[in-house]
Design a protein around this ligand. Structure first.
Ligand SMILES: [Cu+2]
Length: 350
């Protein structure tokens, strides 16, 4: 049903069920016309709903009811089964986006290399991210994937529990250098695959601080929220924390200083329960936008084996780099493959 409420401001409206058989099971009297309440003078619910159309924009926003099903069992860090895999996926941009044939957004699947990789403070390395958590401990991660076409890294044992964390290390994509560029160019679709996806518009000098003095791209951070969606499973949110991400150097693609826990964020009542999408926000969202959220989710991977996707649910992000595959496999099969880390490594079950 589509209703155009324009011109109905201030009016009371009645929504009347004209179903042949009302939901309470009472048959409509003979000759009842559409839009006519089944009992004159009475507005029985739920067959009739009465409401008023506002004259102007409503300032309060709708929030979903806070109750969840009585069968719902919330998962916490304490109740999550001990035997579970950890994943870390950085939501960010491509540091080399200015070189063409690159998509602007990326999902970086990270591998924990704490203690195995020497890190020099103040010297960001491409693909090396350090995160300092609420416990004050710093962990080091190395990037395993950036784009959709990279090899599958996430092999999940069927029926196992996993915890996935999404750090939002966001920064705006750099603009093209203005030197000698025309005021606006639109490159037509060509045989070049990447360029057929989107038009390229060069808009020089619209923002002075998007380029460094030597003409190399710099990034400005922006308060972007990524609604992250995982196929196959329904997950639960474990926590949402706000981090200081000023140590992340998006131009280099690594951290000069660890991304550092700042405070706990808020999980709204409507974000509890079984979800398939969760927003990963910018944190405090005030200039200079040097915060980002890390959202943790937990899920039990049942329902099927095979290859599935997870992605940002903004189509402009999803189509421009923020989608990756993962594979769910029978646990017994994974034990036989020595190349798979985490669940494998032994030819025979221990
Ligand atoms: Cu996104």
């Amino acid at each position: 049903m589509l209703i155009n409420f324009r011109g109905r401001g201030g009016q009371s409206l009645q929504l009347v069920s004209t179903a042949g058989q009302p939901f309470n099971g009472e048959p409509l009297p003979e000759g009842t016309k559409p839009g006519q309440p089944n009992l004159p003078g009475l507005l029985p619910e739920p067959a009739v709903m009465q409401f008023r159309v506002s004259r102007g924009p409503v300032t309060d926003s709708f929030t979903l009811p806070t109750t969840v099903s009585s069968s719902f069992v919330p998962i916490t860090h304490d109740t999550l089964p001990k035997d579970h895999e950890h994943r870390l996926v950085v939501l960010t941009q491509n540091p080399n986006y200015n070189e063409m044939k690159m998509l602007p957004f990326e999902l970086w699947e990270m591998k924990d290399v704490t203690g195995k990789h020497k890190v020099t403070l103040g010297e960001a390395e491409d693909g090396i991210i350090q995160i300092k958590g609420p416990d004050g401990k710093t962990k080091t991660y190395r990037r395993q994937s950036r784009i959709f076409a990279d090899t599958v890294n996430f092999f999940v044992a069927y029926d196992s529990w996993e915890q996935w964390r999404f750090p939002n290390l966001n920064a705006n994509i750099p603009k093209k250098p203005p030197m000698g560029a025309p005021s606006a160019t639109v490159e037509p679709p060509s045989s070049d695959y990447w360029r057929t996806i989107s038009e390229l518009w060069s808009m020089p000098s619209i923002s002075a601080n998007t380029l460094s003095r030597d003409g190399l791209p710099t990034f400005i951070r922006a308060p972007v929220t990524h609604p992250m969606h995982v196929h196959l499973v329904e997950f639960q949110v474990l926590d949402r924390d706000v981090y200081d991400i000023s140590g992340f150097n998006p131009g280099k693609g690594g951290t000069d200083r660890p991304v550092t826990f700042k405070k706990h964020g808020v999980i709204d009542p409507n974000e509890r329960g079984r979800k398939d999408t969760i927003r990963v926000g910018p944190g405090e969202a005030i200039p200079p936008f040097d915060t980002g959220e890390i959202v943790s989710i937990a899920a039990r991977f049942t329902g099927g084996t095979g290859q599935f996707m997870y992605h940002c649910h903004l189509i402009g992000h999803e189509d421009e780099g923020m989608m990756r595959p993962f594979a769910v496999m029978p646990a017994e099969v994974m034990k036989l493959d020595p190349t798979m880390e985490g669940h494998g490594g032994h030819a025979m079950p221990m």
